[in-house]
Structures are given as structure tokens and as C-alpha cells.
Design a protein around this ligand. Structure first.
Ligand code: ADP
Ligand code: MG
Length: 540
């Protein structure tokens, strides 16, 4: 079915035609991202209205960037976006499986199976599939978890960068891990990123604490403060200027000087207030007047100005401080604790690193150019998303389609025990899961049919570890892919299967409504009455 123009065709149609068109739309959409799947997947070059380009290998990015109007295609795109939000990976797989579920459903419809029977069979298959999947998963070692994070970057960066970023992502996830209400929590928003152009991407690093691209308000201030008492002000330490638009009759030098003195005094009072709170680190979002620097230094306060409000929020998380609007409004409870506050150079740029008890980490993204640094940062974000998942749920599966083939085999066996036409739907479901190993093989330039046959045969003689056997894409032979480092978090694979089933069933059900209307039979006697009523209306 290569009817791409159908993506534009949103005319209302009904019954079988609607289903056929909807499925064609799903297939066209899946066709657009299928070739990006896996480590040998191709990159897509996306072009926007302004002629900007983006090269990506990420299914969800392709889909979200494409302007697709077709409602069914949108449902699949939404499934992919949902996958991105919950698992940060597996977005292409979700779409590929959903489209394949629909294509197989179409074959059954042609053979006379009703869509609602297929939906029932698919739902049943999903429950079985997820149970089987849980059984195939193993509790990953620390090494396995890093491997799973690295696998998730397959095709997105060089292998050296993948390996480095996987380690760093786990480090960062660990750094922001904490207990909230008795539950483990890994919050990736507590990880900030600094872009540093210069050294290679493999020299990127993760720093415990918060690193901001900020220099001291005055170079003579203390570079390092240990055991800091930190105050955060979303405002400034500056004189309020005399506004010239205010009509001010008495602008004699005496009056202006008096005003200036008064403002200076106010600022000195603010510094004295900070000092009385024991403050020795200060961050303000506004400016700090030159006159105030001396006073701050005399009070032993290390100060940073023009710190964006969003960074003040991160500093608050890291140190337990509360942001205040004016320095003299700070109370003892607003003061945070910085284990260390250090001003230093990264490359030749000034940075400020703050370590507090509130967890925070900073990723320093490196690369030879802006472009590479941004790429590194994007990959790291994906990696952290997956790292956060595996910190919370350590169960992993063997990737590369190995688990999918095993799942399909188990499912077919269970289908045999399922009576009626739902059995056909369960078999179609099993076939759809195999679209993953098929697409991976195809993208690696291998024959997808032979590949699947080889893996299935190898798994059949594989004994207890059969589910680990998949196709090594570099040489086309079946082997234990876990042993060569192809692992996936269960928490990524599970939602791809659930999301794909949801999306496919939703599409099948749309048609179900129309289908029912098409086939509704009105008994002859009632039809006669209706006709009679119609005639009376026409006469009136
Ligand atoms: P998705 O958007 O679905 O995550 P990817 O392009 O990231 O799509 O591809 C993910 C698939 O690639 C998974 O099935 C994963 O197991 C597989 N994969 C990753 N690395 C390898 C590898 N080295 N060999 C075979 N398959 C791999
Ligand atoms: Mg992926």
C-alpha cells in the first residue's frame, strides 16, 4: 500500500473504504519513519518553512515536524509523542508496530473478520504479551543499565560518544536521585546543561552541583566559599534613578545629592541586613551598583549579578534557599546552604559552581562547534531520560528484536489455545511484533524474511536463553545480542506495545461505528412506516 496522497485525503468515507484509507494513512506514516529504526537507520533531513534544516534519526522528531492533517495519522503521531513523554525512547517502534497491527487487521477484514472481533483479539493479545514480556525481562546489573542507555543512543552519535554519554547520563541521574514521600524520584529537570565549544564531545562531563556561566560581580571577591550561606534575590542592588519624565521642580544640586545619599544609605542598609543574616554568597537577577561592591567585599560576600530567574530557581532547589524580591526582605528561613560555592574557569570562560544538599547536577556539553555541542546536548537529554527510567526500574530486555521474536513465538502458542476468530487476531498481533526485527534487518541491508526465519529457527533450538537471540546487524548472524551489549529497558519496550495497541484499536473502532451504520438493517414493516411518514411530511 503505497498511497501517500491519501495523507491529504480527509474526505468522509464510510465502512470498508474508510478503514482501507485509514490504514493506508497509517502505513504511509510508518513508512516515513521506519527507515530510521535501529543503529543502521538512516537520517532524515527535515526542512522547515524558513528553509532551516535539521538532520535527525529520531522518529518522534520527524513526525512532530511533519505537518500531517489526516486524523488517523495524527492518532499515531500522538501515540509516538506519548511514548516520548513517558519513556523518552521507542517512539519509532511504537509507530511501526501500530501500523503493522493495522495492516494485519486489514488482511483479516478482507477475509471477513469483523473489526470489533479484531479489537477484542488484540486486547487479549496485549495482556498476554505484556505478561510474557515481564517474564523475559531480567534485573539489570549496573553495567547492564549503562549498556541499555547506550543502546538507546544507537545511530545517534559515534560509538565513542554514545559510550561516554551513557556513563555520564547514569552519573547525572544518580546525582539527582532522591526520596520523595518514601518513593524514589529521579527528576531530570534538576540537571542543567552548559554548552562549551572547544574540546571533543567525548570530553563532556557531569559535575555534581549546579554550574552557571557566571562570573563574580567583582574579580576581587572570594573565589571559593565553603559552607556558604546563600541568599537569592530576584531584583537588584542598585540605586533607583530619578526618572526624567517625572516633573521635578526642585532639581537643585542639593536635592539631587540628598536623594543620592538616601539611595546609597538604603543600599548600605541592604548589605548590612544581608551581613546580619550571615550571608556570604549572594545571587541577584538585577544589577549591582559599583558603589555596593566595596561594601559586599567588606562584608565578605561573594556576589553574582544578572543571574536569570530560572537559574535562581535551580539554585533554590540545590541549596534550599528561597528566592526573595529584595535583599532587605530576606529572613533567616530564606537563606540556603551551599557546601561549596566556587568561581572558576571552564576553557577560558568564567563559571560558578554551587554544591548544595538539594540534589542538582550539570552536564557540560562539549564539541568542536556549536552544532556538535547542540547535538551532544540533545543526545544527552535522551540518554538522561532513559537513565532516569532504569534507575527507577532496573528490568531490561535483550534488544535488536530478540525479545520481540520471543514474544511472538510465545504468543502464537497461546493463540492456539484461544477459541474462535480471536485466535486469528492474536496471530496477526504476533506477526506485527515481528515488524521490529524485520525493519532492523531491512535497514541494515539484510533480507528481512531470511533474517526473521534465521532468528526464529535459532530461538527454537535456543533453550532457556532463546529470547536473547537476535540478529547481529553487523554480520547478519543470529546470536545472543545481550552478550554484545544490545539491551533495552523494559520501561521503554512496554509502553511501545501498549501505545501501539491503543492506537491501532482506536483506528479500528472509528471504523466500527461507521461499519455498524452501514450494515444496520431496518425491518421492512418499520421501513414502510418511515416511508409513509416521509410522504405525509412532503404533502404537508
Ligand atoms: P526508537 O525510536 O523506537 O527508539 P531507534 O532508532 O532508537 O528507534 O531503534 C531502536 C531499536 O534498535 C530497538 O529495537 C533496539 O533494540 C535496536 N538496537 C539498538 N542498538 C542495536 C544494535 N547494536 N543491534 C541491533 N539492534 C539494535
Ligand atoms: Mg531509540
Amino acid at each position: 500500500m503505497s498511497e501517500a496522497p491519501l495523507l491529504e485525503d480527509t474526505d468522509r468515507t464510510s465502512g470498508r473504504t474508510a478503514l482501507r484509507k485509514n490504514i493506508a494513512a497509517a502505513m504511509a506514516l510508518s513508512g516515513a519513519v521506519r527507515s530510521t529504526l535501529g543503529p543502521k537507520g538512516l537520517d532524515k533531513l527535515l526542512l522547515d518553512d524558513e528553509g532551516r534544516t535539521l538532520v535527525t534519526n529520531d522518529g518522534v522528531t520527524v513526525l512532530e515536524t511533519a505537518r500531517v492533517e489526516h486524523p488517523v495519522a495524527r492518532m499515531l503521531i500522538d501515540a509516538s509523542s506519548a511514548q516520548d513523554r513517558t519513556a523518552r525512547d521507542g517512539t519509532t517502534s511504537a509507530v511501526v508496530i501500530a501500523a503493522e497491527l493495522l495492516r494485519n487487521a486489514w488482511h483479516l477484514v478482507v477475509e471477513g473478520v469483523h473489526p470489533s472481533t479484531i479489537v477484542r483479539g488484540y486486547r487479549r493479545a496485549e495482556i498476554e504479551a505484556l505478561t510474557i514480556l515481564d517474564g523475559l525481562a531480567i534485573e539489570g546489573t549496573d553495567h547492564d543499565l549503562v549498556t541499555a542507555v547506550r543502546s538507546s543512543l544507537a545511530g545517534k552519535a559515534s560509538t565513542a560518544v554514545q559510550a561516554r554519554l551513557a556513563v555520564l547520563a547514569m552519573e547525572a541521574a544518580l546525582a539527582v536521585e532522591r526520596e520523595v514521600d518514601g518513593k524514589m524520584d529521579v527528576d531530570p529537570t534538576r540537571i542543567s546543561t552548559i554548552m562549551a565549544v572547544g574540546r571533543p564531545a567525548t570530553e563532556s562531563e557531569v559535575v555534581n552541583g549546579l554550574v552557571l556561566a557566571k562570573r563574580l560581580a567583582n574579580p576581587s571577591m572570594a573565589k571559593v566559599v565553603n559552607n556558604g550561606r546563600i541568599v537569592l534575590v530576584d531584583g537588584g542592588l542598585e540605586r533607583r534613578g530619578v526618572r526624567s519624565d517625572v516633573s521635578f521642580q526642585a532639581t537643585t544640586p542639593e536635592v539631587l545629592n540628598a536623594l543620592r545619599r538616601r539611595e546609597n544609605e538604603r543600599l548600605m542598609e541592604e548589605v548590612a541586613h544581608l551581613s546580619s543574616l550571615g550571608t556570604n554568597v549572594l545571587a541577584v537577577s538585577g544589577a549591582i551598583d559599583d558603589e555596593v561592591h566595596r561594601a559586599l567585599m567588606d562584608a565578605g560576600i561573594q556576589a553574582f549579578r544578572r543571574v536569570p530567574a530560572s537559574d535562581l530557581d535551580l539554585l533554590a532547589l540545590a541549596t534550599g534557599a528561597r528566592v526573595v524580591l529584595r535583599a532587605d526582605q530576606a529572613a533567616a528561613a530564606d537563606v540556603g546552604h551551599a557546601i561549596e560555592s566556587r568561581s572558576h574557569l571552564i576553557g577560558d570562560l568564567h563559571h560558578w559552581t554551587v554544591r548544595g544538599e538539594g540534589v542538582a547536577a550539570t552536564f557540560i556539553a562539549r564539541g568542536s562547534s556549536d552544532h556538535v555541542v547542540e547535538e551532544t546536548s540533545r543526545c544527552f537529554d535522551d540518554a538522561v531520560g532513559v537513565a532516569a527510567q532504569v534507575r527507577l526500574d532496573r528490568r531490561v530486555l535483550v534488544g535488536g528484536g530478540a525479545a520481540h521474536v520471543a514474544l511472538a513465538r510465545h504468543l502464537r502458542r497461546r493463540a492456539e489455545a484461544t477459541p474462535g476468530r480471536e485466535q486469528l487476531a492474536m496471530e496477526a498481533y504476533a506477526d506485527a511484533l515481528e515488524s521490529i526485527p524485520r525493519a532492523l534487518a531491512e535497514n541494515a541491508g539484510l533480507d528481512p524474511i531470511d533474517a526473521l526465519l534465521d532468528v526464529t529457527a535459532a530461538q527454537a533450538d535456543g533453550g532457556a536463553d532463546a529470547h536473547r537471540i537476535g540478529l547481529d546487524l553487523s554480520d547478519g548472524t543470529p546470536k545472543d545480542l545481550g552478550a554484545i551489549g544490545v539491551l533495552e529497558p523494559l520501561s521503554v519496550v512496554r509502553p511501545t506495545i501498549h501505545g501501539a495497541t491503543e492506537a491501532a484499536c482506536a483506528v479500528l473502532r472509528i471504523d466500527d461505528v461507521l461499519w455498524a451504520r452501514l450494515e444496520a438493517q431496518i425491518p421492512d414493516d418499520i421501513q414502510a412506516q418511515l416511508d409513509a411518514m416521509g410522504e405525509r411530511d412532503a404533502e404537508a
